[in-house]
Design a protein around this ligand. Structure first.
Ligand code: FES
Length: 102
């Protein structure tokens, strides 16, 4: 089991807007999905694009470069050209702080 690292205050994170956060050398895309915090690897599995520059559509994040999409709940690649899933991180909110398990 990893350790939880604070990456943001809940009050800073707008709903359905991706944020790029850093934790212990990991670059992570953080999304408040209708009140549920979700965190996935920020780098697209297709090429070197930052998913936090993309858009949220339903429970998916769409890559800004070639428009692959990934499920924010499971990390599953849902639309080509990406074939590989991306990592999902556990997130918790404690006393207004968003923490990600590394
Ligand atoms: S870099 Fe994300 S779809 Fe190509």
């Amino acid at each position: 089991m990893g350790q939880f690292v604070k990456v943001a205050d809940v009050s800073e994170i707008e709903e359905n807007q991706p944020y790029c956060v850093q934790a212990e050398g990991h670059t992570i895309c953080l999304v408040n999905l209708g009140g549920e915090m979700k965190a996935v690897a920020d780098t697209c599995s297709h090429a070197d694009a930052s998913l936090s520059d993309g858009e949220v559509d339903g429970d998916e994040i769409i890559c800004p470069l070639h428009y692959a999409s990934f499920c924010l709940r499971t990390g599953e690649a849902k639309q080509p050209p990406a074939d590989d899933d991306i990592r999902v991180y556990n997130v918790r909110v404690i006393d207004g702080a968003v923490e990600i398990e590394i």
